[in-house]
Design a protein around this ligand. Sequence first.
Ligand SMILES: [Zn+2]
Length: 309
Amino acid sequence: MLRTARLILACLMFTLSLIPARAQDSIDIVLQLAPRPMPTAVMVESGTRLELYFSSLKQGGLGLLRLAGDGIEVPSLDFLGRERRFFQVEDDAWYALLIVDMNASPGLRQLTVRADRGLEEIGFRRDIRVDSGRFILQEFDLPADRAYLVDRAIEAAEFARLDEITSESGPEPLWDAGGFGLPLESETTSPFGAFRVLNDGVETRHTGWDQRAPNATPVHAMASGRVAFAAPLEIRGDSVVIDHGVGVYTLYAHLSETNVTQGQAVDAGQIIGLSGNSGRSSGPHLHWELIVEGHWLNGLDIVALWLPS
Ligand SMILES: [Zn+2]
């Protein structure tokens, strides 16, 4: 019996090895379509379910909410003093990303969810724990020819410009079933949220992740979407911003070359540019960011998150 099973397995392995590379690629893609995980908490009110897919959130973190039930109309949530809309996924339910600014105070914070169902109004309330992001402190020296970029006014102007660039997102997610991945695989050289002291004086925050990347390393789109910006910025240097819908953007900075233009649709994993050392940078590397509704968040959270599409 065991011998027969082994023989069948051996034949199966042999047959699989004969499948051409392209067919194997499509098998890989199917395997990446992970089913929705179990929620960590469920609340039910008049037949409407609110599901949470996290137990607590860190400063700069994000989590997923799902609202399911018949006839729900334009649900919204209130959290940390901001109102957010849910987005609808056809044949499934309503979803929302719950986001925590990196400067939010740790502690219990109230989440309120409201939805209309016909003439009835449904409401949920729950305390969400916000934990410390455990951000580190780093000191950096910029080369003399770029020291002029250590300037609060230049930094404020760039944030204002990025606020504009990242405020045009549509109401539907543009990512595909694979969700988000890393823009390249390499060692982290500086984490998200670090408190930084530049050139012995100016204090700032690290709004993304830095990864080791020799000059001209290919940089991949973290998810599918549309190019919102592809041009030089003063601090971030040559940059690409991708709009992934529902207020979610990724940004790739200090590039030596950009391969995309504004308005262009991009696929997950597509090469959007090459790493470099442009802007306020002290050596070739990739700096990448996640921006959701004007908040700079920990991009690794969205890579780890199961997302509907
Ligand atoms: Zn950086």
